[in-house]
Design a protein. Structure first.
Length: 331
């Protein structure tokens, strides 16, 4: 069956395994694959889905992330190694909320430096014995560890933020179309912002821990562009023609529904009471001005006459009095 005919998560695993074989890892060999990621739940859940698929394909998978996700990873039967970073606690702090709202970002980045350096050292220790590494860019040690171990490395994320194109601006900066030159320039600006504040720390890690020469700003592996896996659909954002062969748009990485999960009686009653609702939530986005944000959402729902499920959670919306066409779901 061609890869294009497979479900998205399976297709991404197939692409990964085909790429691994090009590194002479061996046909049919069971590989030890380490997945490094960092962030909130949205930065962890898709990687668990990828790990589950790789395990079903016969490989040993270890997922390495913040220790707060240990139980979540264990629920899906993956090996887990903790990074003592405290990402959720940091984002929930006043400094974290301000940074997510675009205020005090540089102060937060300075505060994060020793935490991230410790995270890189921990990632190096738990990656020993790996045959391949899949990493979220925020787990910034991934590409350097793959280089040191002389194994395949794959950058994986939901947005194509690390593959310059003239088709659209960097999605991390809004993704609008500013024209060919400015679109491409937006990726350079993003890369500068993502790497320059940490370059000294990263190069110290490469020199002292890995014994490697300083890295350049680009995400490369042994002098070549690192293979990239982007977990979204080409039907949503078509693949630009100016991307190289190292870029793979795989489709979304979804977990199966938790075994035995049932919605609460209240949620079931709401779902039965009318047409299917829309879901509104903001994950780990800024939790500042949540009352105003919630008011805008409620107003929009009323204007279009739509039923809605409003997720509060630690990232975003306020638990306020709502009309009967809105259900408030706690985080």
């Amino acid at each position: 069956m061609p890869l294009g005919a497979l479900p998205p998560t399976v297709r991404s695993i197939g692409l990964l395994l085909v790429k691994l074989r090009s590194f002479n890892t061996g046909e049919g060999k069971t590989m030890n694959i380490t997945i490094l990621t960092l962030g909130s739940r949205g930065d962890v859940q898709p990687y668990i889905a990828l790990g589950v698929g790789l395990r079903r394909a016969g490989h040993a998978v270890r997922l390495v992330t913040d220790s707060g996700f240990a139980a979540f990873v264990a629920d899906y039967g993956l090996d887990f190694a903790p990074l003592e970073v405290g990402v959720i606690q940091l984002i929930q702090s006043p400094q974290g909320k301000a940074a997510l709202a675009g205020k005090g970002l540089f102060s937060l980045m300075k505060q994060m430096q020793p935490v991230l350096r410790r995270m890189m050292d921990d990632a190096w220790v738990v990656s020993q014995g790996s045959d391949a590494i899949v990493f979220h860019p925020k787990a910034m040690a991934g590409v350097h560890i793959a280089e040191k171990l002389n194994i395949p490395g794959f950058l994986a994320m939901a947005l194509p933020a690390y593959s310059p194109t003239a088709a659209f601006a960097n999605p991390a900066l809004g993704g609008a179309d500013y024209g060919l030159l400015l679109n491409k320039l937006s990726y350079r600006l993003f890369m500068a912002g993502a790497t320059l504040p940490y370059r000294r720390m990263v190069n110290a890690f490469r020199r002292r821990t890995l014994g490697l020469a300083p890295a350049k700003g680009d995400v490369t592996l042994r002098g070549r562009p690192v293979p990239k896996l982007y977990a979204y659909s080409e039907h949503v954002v078509p693949r630009p023609r100016d991307w190289g062969d190292e870029v793979h748009v795989t489709g979304y990485w979804f977990l199966p529904a938790p075994h035995g999960w049932q919605p609460s009686r209240e949620l079931q009653a709401f779902l039965r009471a009318g047409p299917p609702p829309v879901y509104v939530g903001f994950g780990s986005m800024s939790a500042q001005d949540i009352e105003a944000k919630t008011a805008v959402v409620l107003q929009a729902v009323q204007v279009v006459g739509q039923r809605a499920i409003l997720a509060t959670g630690w990232g975003g919306l306020a638990a306020v009095a709502v009309p009967e066409n809105v259900f408030v779901l706690g985080g």
